[in-house]
Design a protein around this ligand. Structure first.
Ligand SMILES: C[S@@+](CC[C@H](N)C(=O)[O-])C[C@H]1O[C@@H](n2cnc3c(N)ncnc32)[C@H](O)[C@@H]1O
Length: 213
């Protein structure tokens, strides 16, 4: 990874280690994070994936839900923040928790049936992460990424993608390009379905499959 990427990852890791104790607040989870996670679970169920990794799993809520609701053969939660992983490990001993960056995943080539990521992709080196998702998936494997993606209006775009921000919020078109450039075939893309009072959260889900060779 380039130096700039490592520095950004250090900054993000430090922030999330400090924020970890606040993260599980029930209202924050229900209103901000859960809608995208619900959609990811539905996609995984429809795909029938048995070896699944949640990338940038945070405190492990989604990975633990995947374990409980789908009971696959293997579930991994990967994050690079010690603070978040500490809470994840306490949540569910059946999930296999791994420390590592999305841009360098701790899996062999074609080791997984599905890779998912919610509310974190805006922090990644996005082309590098997409290449890793493709590498670790078997042919026919599924990638589902839900990320903040505000409408491309001048002011909103400037506020959410300012040079001072540690994150980049990709547009819907950028997400499609990232998926296809990495070798995926896109099967679905839409705004995450949310209750009316949380519509201010502009998250977008993109689903792709690695073509069978
Ligand atoms: C807002 S939390 C989201 C957690 C979880 N995915 C969810 O939906 O609740 C963002 C998480 O992304 C992790 N993260 C950010 N950049 C990362 C990277 N490049 N590789 C791995 N984890 C990363 C942070 O450590 C943090 O735990």
């Amino acid at each position: 990874m380039a130096t700039r990427g490592r520095n950004l990852n250090d900054l993000v890791t430090r922030f999330w280690s400090v924020a970890a104790p606040l993260y599980d607040h029930p209202r924050l989870q229900q209103w901000v994070y859960q809608p995208a996670q619900d959609e990811v679970i539905d996609e995984l169920r429809a795909h029938g994936a048995r070896r699944i990794a949640d990338i940038a799993c945070g405190t492990g809520i989604l990975a633990a839900r995947i374990e409980a609701e789908l009971q696959p053969d293997e579930v991994y939660g990967v994050d690079m923040s010690e603070g978040m992983l500490k809470q994840a490990k306490a949540r569910d001993p059946k999930v296999q928790w791994r420390k590592g960056p999305a841009e360098q995943l701790p899996f062999d080539d074609e080791a997984l049936d599905a890779v998912v990521s919610t509310s974190a992709f805006h922090f990644f080196d996005q082309p590098a992460a997409m290449r890793e998702f493709h590498r670790v998936l078997r042919p026919g494997g599924l990638a589902a990424v839900a990320t903040i993606s505000p409408p491309q209006l001048p002011l909103v775009g400037q506020l959410t993608n300012s040079p001072a921000s540690a994150a980049h919020n990709p547009s819907a078109r950028e997400m499609r390009t990232l998926f296809t450039d990495a070798g995926f075939t896109i099967s679905e893309q839409h705004r995450v379905h949310r209750p009316l009072w949380t519509k201010a959260v502009f998250d977008l889900i993109t689903i792709g499959t690695k073509p069978a060779s």
